[in-house]
Design a protein around this ligand. Structure first.
Ligand code: GLC
Length: 410
């Protein structure tokens, strides 16, 4: 079986972390399969995939296409950017089509909105296309229209949670949708191992002995709730022995949808948190950062489609406080394997942080139960078996069905 994976970004966001684990477990389960990855941007994912024995082609997006996003901005502004990007995108589609022809895959697996569209336009008609959808399509006006229009080109959509499945159903009626939860590397995200010196990484003096470290581990996408986390820290009683950490940095190329450093530092200053919160910057080894934390906070203000960070922290046996909405709630059992708070509600987050900061046995109990639960439900064997059986189902199916697939323009 030869599979071509298409991914827009080379930097490691959630969908890329998910793809890394997916490639690793497919490689382990099917060492003979020929795996290719086409990236729309160079970055760490290229080397990570090569090290897994995946053949990587970096085919950078033209700048106008790379910048295109429908996270923020008016419909008119988005429309204008689309128009500006159109000529370069058309020529990118032609060269992607040539690349795919050369690879000659049995299946195309796309892993990001732009690649769902580009793959549908550039993929040979007789090769089944699998969309792997990680986010709520209905929240993106441009993508909703495009995916609805292109849905007949897609043989099956894999989604990361039941919640994302329901959302996609509403946009793409008739499309076969299969929820398959992400997996993580349970050896990497383990309770023991290296720990990052969070104070040093943040340029802060070492915290006093007995300080509880609570961290938000996330990209700088605005909806990840950095401001709610800062606000919650500022609401804790002054005597709570806690220090907050913001672990991560801005990684996206699309404008308008992520915080900048000054945005968050100014907010921390405004709340009088200067010595109470550290900014580590981008961290390569997030497992080492999580192990150094006593509490891992997930604070997304919008429903989180899945939430890799939640299961990663649980796998490190850390107590997690998760934002209770979207697919994230499918990952834990409230009060047994994680705590929850109301999305966007700093007071509700602060009260859970205070609870955990003052109760060591609650922290340990949640962490231990979390590790057991994640080991049971999110390991690579489960993912490999679900996905390889889906691949097998479609292997060769495209050729038989090619004549039945209506053309893109119909
Ligand atoms: C996207 C989603 C996130 C999920 C990740 C992996 O980044 O926003 O919730 O964890 O994909 O599926």
């Amino acid at each position: 079986m030869r599979i071509a994976y298409l991914n827009p970004a080379g930097k490691m966001g959630g969908a890329e972390t998910s793809l890394r684990e997916l490639l690793a477990c497919i490689r382990a389960a099917e060492p003979e399969w020929d795996l290719w990855l086409v990236l729309g941007e160079d970055g760490p994912l290229a080397d990570i995939a090569r090290a897994l024995g995946v053949r990587v082609i970096v085919a950078p997006f033209p700048p106008s296409l790379a910048r295109l996003g429908d996270g923020g901005g008016s419909l008119a502004a988005t429309g204008w950017s689309v128009l500006k990007a159109a000529p370069a995108t058309m020529s990118y589609i032609r060269s992607l089509a040539a690349t795919l022809k050369e690879i000659g895959p049995d299946l195309i697996h796309t892993n990001g909105f732009k690649m769902h569209v580009l793959g549908a336009c550039a993929g040979p008609r007789d090769v089944p296309l699998m969309w792997h959808i990680h986010d709520y399509v209905s929240m993106r006006s441009l993508m909703s229209r495009l995916l609805r229009r292109l849905r007949k080109r897609c043989a099956v959509a894999v989604v990361n949670s039941k919640s994302v499945a329901r959302d996609l159903e509403s946009i793409c009626p008739g499309l076969r949708i299969v929820p398959i939860y992400n997996a993580i590397d349970l050896r990497r995200f383990a309770p023991t191992g290296e720990q990052l010196d969070l104070d040093k990484a943040s340029g802060l003096a070492p915290a006093a002995a007995g300080t509880i470290r609570a961290g938000l581990v996330a990209t700088f996408a605005r909806w990840k709730g950095h401001k709610v986390f800062l606000e919650a820290l500022s609401q804790l009683p002054a005597e709570t022995p806690i220090r907050g950490y913001i672990v991560g940095g801005p990684i996206y190329q699309t404008s308008g949808s992520q915080w900048s450093w000054p945005d968050l530092r100014d907010e921390a200053d405004r709340l009088g948190l200067a010595s109470k919160v550290g900014f580590t910057g981008f961290v390569e080894d997030t497992a080492a950062a999580m192990r150094a934390l006593d509490i891992v906070v997930h604070a997304s203000t919008q429903p989180e489609p899945f939430g890799m960070v939640i299961i990663e922290a649980m796998a490190c046996a850390k107590p997690v406080i998760a934002s209770k909405a979207g697919g994230a709630v499918e990952l834990f059992e409230e009060e047994r394997t994680a705590l929850a708070h109301v999305p966007g509600d700093a007071a509700s987050l602060a009260s859970q942080m205070a609870r955990l900061a003052l109760d060591a046995s609650l922290r340990t109990g949640l962490g231990e139960a979390a590790r057991v639960a994640v080991t049971r439900s999110f390991d690579g064997h489960r993912l490999a078996s679900e996905l390889t059986s889906l691949y097998r189902e479609y292997h060769g199916a495209g050729r038989e069905q090619a004549d039945l697939v209506p053309s893109l323009n119909s």
